[in-house]
Design a protein around this ligand. Structure first.
Ligand code: UDX
Length: 424
C-alpha cells in the first residue's frame, strides 16, 4: 500500500468520520480546522461530536492522526467544510474557497477533493479558480452520504463511493484508496457527482414525506400505517427503509439540500415540482403532534406538557432543524407549561432555538432524566426515539401520572395505554 499522507480540512461529522476511517486503514491523516477549540478537544483524545465509536476510533488510531490549526503539506486534500443555506436557498460555498486558498498557500499541485455538499457547478468553478491562481491541483468532487448517529459505521461500510472529475491519475489513486471500503467506487463527471448528492437526499426526504401523508390518511380510514409500511416495503422496488411514519424529518441536510435543488431549478428554469411539496408536507407534519394535542384539550394554557427527545434523531447531540424546535415554539406560544428532556442534545437545542425564534429558553424547563420530566404532567410527547425513551414502561407512566395522555410522534413506544400514534 502506498503511504499517502492525507489532509482533511474541517473536522465536523464528515471530516472526522473520513479521518477516522482512513486512519483505521493505515493512512497518515493531517486533520486541520481553523476552530482551535475543536482541535484542542480532539488533541486531548476526545470527540466533541456525540457519535457512536468516534471516541474509540480516536484512541485506536491515535498514531495515525495529527490535529492542527495549521495545515500540513500532504499528498491530497479533502475539503469537508460546511456549506450553510443562504436566505435564497442557495448554499454558501465561501468556506470551500477559503479552504482552497489555505491549500494553495502550501501546495499548488496535489489533488483537492471536495466532500462538502455544494451547488452544481461548484467543482468546475473551483478548478478554474485553482488554475487561474497558477495551481495545477486537480479538483475532484466526492459526495458524502453518511447519516448522523451511524457516521463511523457508514464510513467503513458505504453503499457506494462516488468521484466526479476528469484527472485520470487522481481518480485511479482514489479508487485504490477507497477500495479499502467498498468495490462500488463509481467515477463520473463533476456535475453528475454533485447532483447525485442532491437527488439522494431529495428522494429520501420525499419517501418520508409520502409515507407520512399516507399515515395521516390511515388515521381517517381505520388502517394502521405500520402494517401498510411493512407490506409496501417488501416490494424490492420500494424497499423497507425510510418508511417509518412520524412527526416529520429534521436535521441539517434534507431541507437545506432540497432548497438548494429548488434554487438551482429556478435559476435554470427547469421547474422541479415534486420537491417543493416535500418541504410543504414536512412543515405540516412537524406540527401534527400539536394538532393532536389541540383535538384533546380546548386550551393548552397552563397544561403541563413533557417533550421527550430534542435531537433531530436518536444517537446524536444535534438539534439542527429538529421537530422539537417547532413543537416547543407552538407550546410556548399557547402558554403551556413545558418540560423538556434529551439525553445529549440540550445545548444544541437551546442554541438552535435562540437562533430560530430569537428567544432564550429558561434553563428550568430542562430536566436531567425522564422520570423527573414526566412527573405529574398532563401530556407527554415523544419526538425522538432514543433507546431510553423507547423503553418507557406502563409502570413509569403509572408512577408519574396514570391519566397522562401520550403522543408518540415517532411510533416507537411499546406502551398501549393512553397512547396516540401517528397513522393509527
Ligand atoms: C441524511 C441522509 O440519510 C444522509 O445520507 C445524508 O448524508 C445526510 O442527510 P441524517 O440527516 O443524518 O442523514 O439522518 P437520517 O437518518 O436520514 O434522518 C433524517 C430525518 O428523517 C430524521 O429526523 C429522522 O428521524 C427522519 N426519518 C428517517 C423519519 O422520519 N422516518 C424514516 O423512516 C427515516
Amino acid at each position: 500500500m502506498k503511504k499517502y499522507k492525507i489532509a482533511v480540512i474541517g473536522v465536523g461529522y464528515v471530516g472526522l468520520a473520513l479521518s477516522l476511517g482512513l486512519a483505521s486503514k493505515g493512512y497518515e491523516i493531517n486533520c486541520y480546522d481553523n476552530n482551535y477549540e475543536k482541535i484542542r478537544k480532539l488533541l486531548s483524545g476526545e470527540s466533541y461530536i456525540y457519535e457512536e465509536n468516534f471516541n474509540e476510533a480516536l484512541v485506536a488510531n491515535k498514531n495515525k492522526l495529527n490535529f492542527s490549526s495549521k495545515l500540513q503539506q500532504s499528498d491530497m486534500y479533502f475539503i469537508c467544510v460546511n456549506t450553510p443555506s443562504l436566505k435564497s436557498g442557495k448554499c454558501d460555498i465561501s468556506r470551500i474557497f477559503n479552504a482552497v486558498d489555505v491549500i494553495m498557500r502550501i501546495d499548488k499541485k496535489s489533488p483537492i477533493i471536495i466532500k462538502s455538499t455544494c451547488e452544481v457547478g461548484t467543482s468546475r468553478k473551483i478548478q478554474k479558480y485553482v488554475n487561474k491562481n497558477n495551481g495545477k491541483n486537480p479538483v475532484i468532487f466526492s459526495p458524502e452520504f453518511l447519516s448522523q448517529g451511524t457516521a463511523y459505521k457508514n464510513m467503513l461500510t458505504p453503499d457506494r463511493i462516488i468521484f466526479g472529475g476528469n484527472d485520470v491519475q487522481t481518480l485511479n489513486e482514489l479508487k485504490i484508496i477507497f477500495s479499502n471500503f467498498t468495490n462500488n467506487v463509481l467515477i463520473m463527471n463533476w456535475e453528475s457527482a454533485e447532483i447525485v448528492k442532491y437527488t439522494a437526499n431529495a428522494l429520501l426526504a420525499t419517501k418520508i414525506a409520502a409515507i407520512n401523508e399516507i399515515a395521516n390518511l390511515c388515521e381517517k380510514t381505520g388502517a394502521a400505517i405500520k402494517d401498510v409500511s411493512f407490506a409496501v416495503g417488501l416490494d424490492d422496488r420500494i424497499g423497507e427503509k425510510f418508511l417509518n411514519a412520524g412527526c416529520g424529518f429534521g436535521g441539517s441536510c434534507f431541507e437545506k439540500d432540497i432548497k438548494a435543488l429548488l434554487y438551482l431549478s429556478k435559476k435554470l428554469k427547469s421547474n422541479l415540482k415534486i420537491f417543493n411539496s416535500t418541504l410543504k408536507a414536512n412543515s405540516y407534519q412537524r406540527l401534527v403532534v400539536v394538532q393532536k394535542l389541540k383535538a384533546n384539550f380546548d386550551n393548552l394554557k397552563g397544561k403541563s406538557i413533557a417533550v421527550l427527545g430534542l435531537a433531530f434523531k436518536e444517537n446524536t447531540n444535534d438539534a439542527r432543524e429538529s421537530v422539537g424546535l417547532y413543537v416547543v415554539n407552538e407550546l410556548i406560544k399557547n402558554l403551556a407549561e413545558v418540560r423538556l428532556y434529551d439525553p445529549e442534545a440540550v445545548n444544541s437545542f437551546i442554541n438552535e432555538y435562540e437562533i430560530k425564534f430569537k428567544y432564550k429558553l429558561d434553563k428550568k424547563m430542562f430536566f436531567n432524566n425522564i422520570k423527573q420530566t414526566i412527573k405529574n404532567v398532563d401530556v407527554c410527547i415523544i419526538l425522538t426515539s432514543w433507546e431510553q425513551i423507547k423503553n418507557l414502561t406502563d409502570k413509569d407512566i403509572d408512577e408519574a401520572n396514570p391519566n397522562m395522555l401520550i403522543i408518540d410522534g415517532r411510533n416507537c413506544l411499546k406502551l398501549t395505554k393512553n397512547v396516540i400514534k401517528i397513522g393509527g
